[in-house]
Design a binder for this molecule. Sequence first.
Ligand SMILES: [Zn+2]
Length: 313
Amino acid sequence: MVSSLFLCGSWGFHAHRQINRLAVFTLPPEMIGFYKANIGYITEASVNADRRRFAVVDEAPRHYIDIDHFGDSALYTMPRYWKEAVEQYGEDTLKAYGILPWHINVMYYRLKDAFLMRDPAKILSLSADLGHYLADAHVPLHTTENYNGQFTGQEGIHAFWESRLPELFSGEYDFFVGKATYIENPQLEAWRIIERTHQNLNDVLQFERQLTAEMSEKKYSFETRGKQTIKVYSYEFSKAYHDALNGMVERQMKASIKSLGDFWYSAWVDAGQPDLKAIINYKPTEAELAQRRKEVEEWKQQQVKVRVHEDEN
Ligand SMILES: [Zn+2]
């Protein structure tokens, strides 16, 4: 349980991939050709930001914000702009409790710059990363200090909600979200997303607690993965929880897809709608491919280390 939490740390790989891939289909005709031509990369790179968490010191706090650490009304009173937030709390404190909504804004501006430069490699890697952070911003447990139910005796709920539930049930979801629309203010939009996401937190915790009381002996089952037998939330418990959430996981996945399309589209519009057809035949250079290979190798090395470490416990 714990191992999968730290390896994934956000929507399971499966959900991240779906969100990035499906956002492509929200785009207008001027954009969709370029994104479709690179949809394999956009999909695969959806989890690069999580992979970097092992290698880049500053990466982890970009994936969450423990907004409730700052008090009950912080969701509405926290300064929306980074500069003011730093003035009020200091950079170290903000980084300790997560910087997700501000980082989304940073990524938006980087993507806009990449469009201005018509740099296909940058457009693609930033588009994929932005998808990752926006998706994380739609996970209620990415907006709280109690991110794994550790303060309420609900350890494991993080990976349960964001990995196990979508893996079991997202095949039944209707992912039609319509066309991307323009965002006036990306920074305020990032906060609007956090507000809406956080409003789901109470249900996320409460339904799990209720169902645990009702069906505790059926909560877990065992599954065989390769040579290992692991304890998982049982199908029955997962189904009951998923039903109690009443479409929440589907709504949050859909909202992730829509907002990713919106952010891509707005960055492109704000960069003056550059002609993407001119770069549609882009192929990564040998150096870019070597860099991608290196990143994957480093990530695999880190995973081996994590596993060794776990076996020691
Ligand atoms: Zn993440």
